[in-house]
Design a protein around this ligand. Structure first.
Ligand code: FES
Ligand code: FES
Length: 193
């Protein structure tokens, strides 16, 4: 089987892992079944041993809400929760998530008809402009609010320090997160933090 024939269609040219040179000198693309829980649902797919969690989410599992910016762990656009911890999915080997629980931006809202209160606050406060950074910002905010349900502005700034935005100047993003913690915040309040 040639390299092109062995590459799953779901891998983009940019992200496709390279085949492995074996001890016998031949190339092979061993695909391994990955099983994990994503946004509360059991999912499985075949992945290359060097596939990134980011690519598996976006391409194999059809969850494009998680974005790729730098691809190097610097921008936070690819942020997801892995067993409740904030991670850059561009840096996580997919197979390291075997059996783990992953939450992406698609899993934040409590229902298709109801936004999470952080999402709602971003809308109300103008926290999103082009939107590329927004999923990562909201995921990082969820991680922050799980630790600090009523964060100070300084804690918000620290909690989102790993997420870059080229549009907003950050002020409206910080305001959005603080707004989500107020008693007046709309959106779901149950089980989201
Ligand atoms: S794309 Fe992962 S940190 Fe930038
Ligand atoms: S809204 Fe455009 S990068 Fe943040």
């Amino acid at each position: 089987m040639s390299m092109s024939e062995s590459k799953p269609e779901s891998w983009s040219e940019k992200s496709a892992p390279r085949d492995v040179l074996t001890s016998s000198g031949s190339f092979t693309s061993p695909l391994i079944e990955l099983r994990l829980r994503v946004n509360g649902s059991e999912r499985s797919c075949l992945v290359h041993p060097m596939a990134r969690l980011l690519d598996v989410l976006r391409e194999s599992l059809a969850l494009p809400g998680t974005k790729e910016g730098c691809g190097e762990g610097e921008c936070g656009a690819c942020a997801v929760l892995l067993n409740g911890e904030l991670v850059c999915s561009c840096l996580v080997p997919a197979l390291q998530t075997m059996g783990a629980s992953v939450t992406t931006i698609e899993g934040v809202a409590p229902s298709p008809a109801t936004l999470d209160r952080v999402q709602q606050a971003f809308i109300e406060c103008g926290g999103a402009q082009c939107g590329i950074c927004t999923p990562g910002m909201i995921i990082a905010a969820k991680a922050l609010l799980a630790r600090h349900p009523r964060p100070t502005e300084e804690q918000v700034r620290e909690g989102l320090a790993g997420n870059l935005c080229r549009c907003t100047g950050y002020t409206k993003i910080f305001t959005s997160v603080l707004r989500a913690c107020t008693d007046e915040a709309s959106g779901s309040r149950g089980g989201q933090d």
